[in-house]
Design a protein around this ligand. Sequence first.
Ligand SMILES: *C/C=C(C)/C=C/C=C(C)/C=C/C1=C(C)CCCC1(C)C
Length: 270
Amino acid sequence: MMNSIDNKTNFSLRSISLKTKIIWTAFIMFMMPTSAYAADMLAPDDFVGISFWLISMALMASTVFFLWETQSVTAKWKTSLVVSALVTFIAAVHYFYMRDVWVATQTSPTVYRYIDWLLTVPLLMIEFYLILRAIGVASAGIFWRLLIGTLVMLVPGYLAEAGYMNITIGFVIGMLGWFYILWEIFKGEAGKAAEANASPAVKYAYNAMRWIVTVGWAIYPIGYVAGYMLSVASPEALNIVYNLADLVNKVAFGLLIWYAATSESQKDTA
Ligand SMILES: *C/C=C(C)/C=C/C=C(C)/C=C/C1=C(C)CCCC1(C)C
């Protein structure tokens, strides 16, 4: 009954083709940075500013790519690609803003990165759950443990950087959250499920993803120690390193999911 009513409605989101939705999303994204143009201009020798620019473009292009590719994967893999696109999209918007602030002030308060992380890191974690769900071996426990792990990792780090918590205590609790995540994806239920049930393509992607979470993610706590505890890193160096790290941890991570999704979809439709 509900369906027949639905079908008669002329305007529903479903009646808009996927291509139209993708094109509009891209258009809105292109418009966004122009609204923030200030009088300040990017100097040709401002390499941090240029790195903000390059990464924001890479994030935006990745978003369009991931959304576009949802057309070529089977239904159960679409969510994974959409979540990859959400991660790069949310980060792109933050990068537009951080880039403008950097160009105008030659600083980029770390708090902007934490706002981005609070949204994108849980989404990246959910990707592990979604991959396992697509191959039919996920449990709700995996989802909740990974989500809680990210919050334990990020919230104390933020509170410490913002001055509400001791820098060392915030760091130690944050590290415990990260180790908890690593344990889950290597040795815990998630790791075991992937080991036992995944096809070679999914195993390859899952394995590369957890190494990104190990090596790629290590850059942020190292930056925290270098910047806040030892004061040996300049804001310029830290921002360039964080920008490159995000390219690996968001774009390359998404490409691995895309690889698993397209390989599995080809198998399903063959
Ligand atoms: C796209 C952004 C990503 C993947 C950000 C990841 C951030 C972290 C892995 C941060 C980790 C931290 C600790 C492990 C200890 C406490 C300090 C943090 C929050 C920098």
